[in-house]
Ligand binder design. Structure first.
Ligand code: URA
Length: 211
C-alpha cells in the first residue's frame, strides 16, 4: 500500500469494517494527523494463533503491516524457533494508526479502536491470543499487568459476548534492552504455539530453528 488512506466507505468519521479491514476511520483526531494509513491485521482469516501488539510504529505505518520493524524481526525469529512462519499466524494491534512520536495510545484511542479488535477476534475465532507487552495485556485483561512476572500465564478473557484464551507476553522490543527477556519471550511464543496446537511438534514438521 502507498500514500494516504483514502479508501473511505462514506460513513463519516466512524469508519467501517469490510470483513477484517477497517477503512476510512477518523475517530481519533491526533492519529488521523500522525498516520499515513490505517494498519490492519495480517494473516489467515481463520488463524489459530493471534498476536496482539499495541499500535503501529514508523515502519508499520510506512508499509501498512503490523510488526515489520525490529520488533517484527524478533517476533519472526521466535515464531521460526517454534516451527512457525509469520504467514501461519494473525498479527494485529489494539490501535490501527500510528500515534505521534511513538507515544502510547491514549485510553480514548484504545476505546475507539476496540470494536474493530473485537470484531476481528470474533471473525478469526482463534484458539489463543498472545498479548505482546503491557498495553495490549492490560487492554484485554482489564487490569494492571506486570508482564515480566506474568509472561506465559494463560488467562480466560471475556470480550463482548465471547471469551478467549489469552497468553501474556513481554513485548519483543523488551529483548533489545534487556537480554534476559529474550529467553522469556522465546519460551512464551513456543508455549503459546503448543497451547494453540500449531507448534512444529504438533504438525510433525522439523523445527528449522534447531538447525
Ligand atoms: N509494536 C507494536 O506494538 N505493534 C507493531 O505493529 C509494531 C511494534
Amino acid at each position: 500500500m502507498t500514500g494516504e488512506d483514502t479508501d473511505t466507505v462514506g460513513n463519516g468519521d466512524g469508519g467501517a469494517m469490510d470483513g477484517l479491514v477497517v477503512r476510512g476511520c477518523e475517530r481519533c483526531p491526533q492519529l488521523v494527523e500522525s498516520r499515513s494509513r490505517i494498519v490492519n491485521g495480517v494473516g489467515p482469516e481463520d488463524a489459530d494463533l493471534v498476536f496482539l501488539g499495541e499500535a503501529p510504529g514508523a515502519n508499520e505505518d510506512e508499509r501498512g503491516e503490523p510488526f515489520v520493524g525490529r520488533s517484527g524481526s524478533i517476533l519472526d525469529d521466535a515464531l521460526r524457533d517454534a516451527g512457525l512462519d509469520r504467514t501461519d499466524v494473525r498479527i494485529t494491534n489494539c490501535v490501527r494508526c500510528r500515534p505521534p512520536d511513538n507515544r502510547d495510545p491514549m485510553r480514548e484511542e484504545l476505546a475507539n479502536c476496540r470494536g474493530y479488535l473485537e470484531r476481528e477476534l470474533d471473525l478469526v475465532d482463534p484458539a489463543l491470543v498472545v498479548t505482546l507487552g503491557k498495553v495490549p495485556s492490560e487492554h484485554l485483561l482489564d487490569r494492571s499487568v506486570a508482564v515480566t512476572k506474568e509472561a506465559g500465564d494463560v488467562v480466560d478473557v471475556r470480550l463482548g459476548e465471547r471469551s478467549y484464551r489469552v497468553v501474556v507476553s513481554v513485548h519483543p522490543a523488551a529483548t533489545l534492552y534487556d537480554g534476559s527477556q529474550r529467553e522469556t519471550f522465546f519460551e512464551t511464543i513456543a508455549h503459546a504455539a503448543d497451547l494453540a496446537g500449531v507448534s512444529a511438534s504438533d504438525s510433525g514438521q522439523a523445527n528449522l530453528g534447531d538447525f
